[in-house]
Design a protein around this ligand. Structure first.
Ligand code: HEM
Length: 406
């Protein structure tokens, strides 16, 4: 059961019934083991470019690159103050700066920025490489692993815990709450996990106020907004965002990358022969396997290419729809490590462009470098049928891999 699935909503009078499709962003079924191919048909000619779904409270879905970029870069029409569907499920305190519009947005983002500057990311990357090597060496001799839990979820959480200086003993608890947040068994689990994350964040904020260090949370407690220190409410919004934005996203992307490399032997061999191609491969795989779906609320009525939208309407934008737009990318389903993939929107566009994108790219590059150097031949366990969880961040639930030992 999904936390946000609900009874189909009634159709608002301004929505043309010809523009209504059946689309539950939390209930998409994998096509060929992919979430992305479940989105693909909605981006094809013949499918309405802008459509409405009755699911999850009723909302618009944008499927064209130009339209998605317009919504992402025009916050006076498409506000980020509510970005999750159904509308009433948006967290309070708001995830900050993600759910803050300009002009205040820039002030909060500037507070976070030093932690994600190239020098800081380089340092985090060195730690990430060590962690990646230890994880791989830990299971290599076994000839198998469950990739999502044993590697993809573990690496980003360790990197993140270093960044904010959290005790290693909190890792199992954070992984469990994260799991409940992303793959809740009931709607209540989802709500409970957010409450737990907020309580955890508040506890850490209080600890760092009392005992500051040189980690990111301590830095944030020293920041000021309009001449005053940030209050607990704002700080909790920031710390919770870092917890949810930095962990599951990297894990989800890594899952799709590993699945691709396990299946596509030719591409894998290409990278083993020329590891210098890995940064371009990261970009191309981020394009082809974009996992995030952004959301906005209309704060004024808007005629969007002849489609009447009303203030209060919610809009969602699967970022992979940009990747599949043929006006941007030829043969968009094809993975080509030599193409220029930089026009994707996997990390969003506009003011909310992901502040952690350089760190994410670094973790993904390190995963490919260290994994392919140690386990060049591997496959998905035969007979295993992949299941995905689709939502704000879509991922693979389990990915059992195996390889020959000796
Ligand atoms: C593959 C990994 C990642 C993906 C695909 C991703 C994707 C995104 C997207 C799409 C947004 C903007 C959403 C919107 O416009 O509504 C975003 C924002 C953000 N991300 Fe990431 N992200 C990733 C990794 C990370 C990491 C590692 C961190 C930090 C540890 C992070 C922290 C943030 C923050 C703080 C924001 C808010 C930025 C703002 O509002 O200005 N992300 N991310």
């Amino acid at each position: 059961m999904n936390p946000t699935q609900g009874a189909a909503s009634t159709l608002p009078s301004h929505v043309d019934p010809a523009r209504v499709l059946d689309f539950d962003m939390f209930g998409l079924k994998a096509v060929d083991g992919e979430y992305q191919k479940a989105i693909y048909p909605y981006t094809r000619p013949g499918s309405p470019e802008i459509f409405w779904t009755r699911a999850n409270g009723g909302h618009w879905v944008l499927t064209k690159a130009d339209d998605i970029e317009f919504a992402m870069t025009n916050p006076k029409i498409f506000s980020a103050s509510k970005m999750f569907v159904p509308r009433e499920k948006n967290p309070n305190p708001p995830l900050t700066p993600l759910m803050i519009d300009p002009p205040d947005h820039a002030k909060y983002k500037a507070m976070m920025a030093p932690a994600f500057a190239p020098k800081s990311v380089q340092k985090l990357g060195e730690g990430a490489r060590q962690i990646a090597i230890e994880l791989i060496e830990g299971f290599k001799a076994r000839g198998e692993c469950e990739f999502i839990h044993e590697f993809a979820e573990s690496l980003p959480i360790d990197v993140f815990m270093n960044m904010v200086d959290l005790p290693k003993s909190d890792k199992p608890m954070l992984m469990e709450i994260g799991e409940q947040h992303v793959r809740p068994l009931t709607p209540q689990h989802h709500i409970d996990s957010m409450t737990q994350l907020q309580a955890y964040a508040l506890q850490k904020v209080k600890e760092r106020r009392a005992n500051p260090g040189d980690d990111l949370i301590s830095h944030l407690t020293r920041c000021e907004l309009n001449g005053k220190p940030l209050d607990d409410h704002a700080l909790v919004g920031m710390v919770v965002l870092l917890l949810v934005a930095g962990l599951d996203t990297v894990a989800a992307a890594m899952g799709f990358f590993a699945r691709f490399l396990a299946i596509e032997v030719g591409h894998r061999k290409q990278l083993i022969a020329d590891p210098g191609l890995i940064p371009k491969a990261v970009e191309e795989l981020m394009r082809r396997y974009a996992i995030a779906t952004a959301g906005r609320i209309l704060v004024q009525d808007h005629d969007f290419k002849g489609v009447a939208m009303k203030a209060g309407d919610m809009v969602i934008m699967p970022t992979v729809a940009v990747s599949f737009d043929e006006s941007r990318f030829d043969d968009p389903l094809k993975v080509d490590f030599t193409r220029n993939a930089s026009g994707h929107a996997a990390f969003s566009r506009g003011v909310h462009t992901c502040v952690g994108s350089m760190l994410a790219r670094t973790e993904l590059r390190i995963f490919m470098e260290e994994w392919l150097a140690r386990i060049p031949e591997f496959r998905i366990k035969p007979g295993f049928e992949l299941q995905i969880s689709s939502g704000t961040v879509s991922g693979i639930r389990k990915l059992p891999l195996e390889w020959s030992v000796g």
